[in-house]
Design a protein around this ligand. Structure first.
Ligand code: AMP
Ligand code: ZN
Length: 468
């Protein structure tokens, strides 16, 4: 299998550290807000990576963190704490915010058919691990205490810039707006491992530890969680391209300084999803979630299909014209496959065709996860001169990786008239509820239910789902 490794900037043959198991670490969400569909694009690609490896016969163990402490708005040591901003914004405690957005994230992962990693761990559940690593870094002279914080000294780690290929000069004060002069640092590129009382005096989450009463920096959590659950040798580490610097750069420095050897061999980075104004990001205030797509009647799997039609290393632009096309094409594909299912008899599977299509599929996956060619293969297969049982058996295999519910989902295409009717009924029900006419509200709900239309009241309003 060939994968593009950011560390070497080359397409490389993947060789796991040992034959028993491939160990993968994927950076998880910062649970201070919804994950937008850009974030979800990255998780979809990571899911494809894991499932491709399994399809090719590897055992895989994957770990993901949930960031519920320490992530500042700059991704470095400046700016506000994202979790605390959210707690103020929503008048909730930090832990309530974390719980709520983690639950929504898990649901969205499910809707997109993304398999949850074997290990998912909250940053706040592994404080002992960070303290252990930081104590060792202090002992080895890689870390120092200054102004009550503990910093990593990047000058002690000569390969610090290898992953990002930045130059130390790029990080001089004034040359980048997010590198503000910090008199506590020996080198301006040094980064915080542990915040003590000097930053955010009233920080909601603090732990009384051997290295002080404080909380971890964002980067140490991924090193700590990865080493704790996946051991000293990691095969693959993923995230989107924005994580290359400083997050992954800092992870490498602190992990390798602590372990005393190379930590992770393959660094895989996913390109961004852009909207009309550039990278989709929460800080811009406007972004789309899986729920927003559902409200517009798109199946989350049509969005998965949208993503899989492009290569994970190409920036993908999102707009609703393209989403409509993806949705139509997805529905048409499902309907075509469905009609194969309705027209089968007892024909034997054609072994030669089956093997050839499985091999072609593997070639796509082995070519740096080329999902768009894998999808093209489905269309080729549909045109192939062979029996339907063979086609279905092949598609069943493909779907183990693509996870588009190619065989079992019955897509119901909604016509405009039906949509208008449902919206009118929802509006009527909302008025009834406002007038406290709950009898009428329930009657409307039941009437819709009898027609196979299930309505759900959510924080953002009433949504519906069609069942057969
Ligand atoms: P966050 O919740 O900000 O920590 O981000 C979670 C994951 O989504 C990280 O791997 C980010 O690198 C990634 N990410 C952030 N923005 C985008 C985007 N527009 N497109 C794709 N991935 C993104
Ligand atoms: Zn991370």
């Amino acid at each position: 299998m060939k994968l593009y490794n950011t560390l070497t900037r080359k397409l490389e043959t993947f060789i796991p550290h040992d034959n028993k198991e491939v160990r993968i670490y994927t950076c998880g969400p910062t649970v201070y807000h919804f994950q937008h569909i850009g974030n979800m694009r990255t998780y979809i690609s990571e899911d494809i990576l894991e499932k491709s490896l399994r399809f090719l016969g590897y055992n895989v163990k994957r770990c993901m963190n949930i960031t519920d402490v320490g992530h500042l708005t700059s991704d470095g040591d400046t700016g506000e704490d994202k979790m605390e901003i959210a707690a103020k914004r929503e008048n909730k405690s930090v832990l309530e915010i974390a719980k709520m957005y983690t639950e929504i994230f898990f649901k969205d992962m499910g809707k997109l058919n993304i398999k949850m990693p074997e290990i998912v761990s909250n940053a706040t559940d592994n404080i002992d691990e960070y303290v252990k690593i930081i104590k060792e870094l202090l002992k080895k002279g890689y870390a120092y205490e200054s102004g009550n914080n503990i910093y990593f000294d990047v000058s002690k780690f000569p390969s610090y810039y290898d992953l990002s290929r930045k130059k130390a000069d790029d990080l001089q004060v004034g040359s980048r707006e997010d590198v503000q002069f910090d008199s506590k640092k020996r080198n301006q590129a040094d980064f915080v491992l542990w915040f003590n009382t000097s930053k955010f005096e009233n920080h909601a989450l603090k732990w009384d530890t051997e290295i002080g009463n404080g909380y971890p920096g964002w980067h140490i959590e991924c090193s700590g969680i990865s080493i704790k659950y996946l051991g000293e040798y990691l095969d693959i580490h993923c995230g989107a391209v924005d994580a290359i610097f400083p997050h992954h750069t800092n992870e490498i420095a602190q992990s390798e300084a602590y372990l005393g050897h190379k930590w992770c061999n393959y660094w895989i980075h996913m390109a961004h999803l852009n909207d009309t104004t550039g990278k989709m990001s929460k800080s811009k205030g406007e972004f789309l979630t899986v729920e927003n797509l559902e409200k517009r009647n798109y199946s989350p799997l049509a969005y998965r299909f949208y993503c899989l039609q492009s290569h994970y290393r190409n920036t993908l632009s999102f707009d609703f014209d393209k989403m409509n096309d993806a949705n139509d094409n997805y529905n048409k594909l499902i309907n075509k496959i469905h009609s194969l299912k309705e027209n089968t008899n007892n024909e034997q599977i054609n072994k030669q065709i089956y093997d050839s299509y499985i091999n072609k599929f593997k070639e796509c996956l082995c070519n740096d996860l080329n999902t768009s060619s894998a999808i093209t293969l489905i269309y080729d297969l549909l045109k192939e001169n062979t029996n339907n049982n063979t086609k279905i058996a092949i598609i069943e295999q493909y779907d183990k990786v693509l996870s588009l519910n190619l065989l079992n989902k019955q897509i119901i295409t909604i016509d405009k008239e039906l949509e208008t009717y449902i919206n009118e009924m929802i509006e009527k029900r909302n008025i009834a509820k406002k007038n406290k006419d709950f009898l009428l509200a329930d009657q409307i709900r039941n009437e819709l239910k009898e027609k196979g239309i299930i309505i759900k009241d959510t924080r953002e309003g009433t949504t519906y789902e069609l069942i057969k």
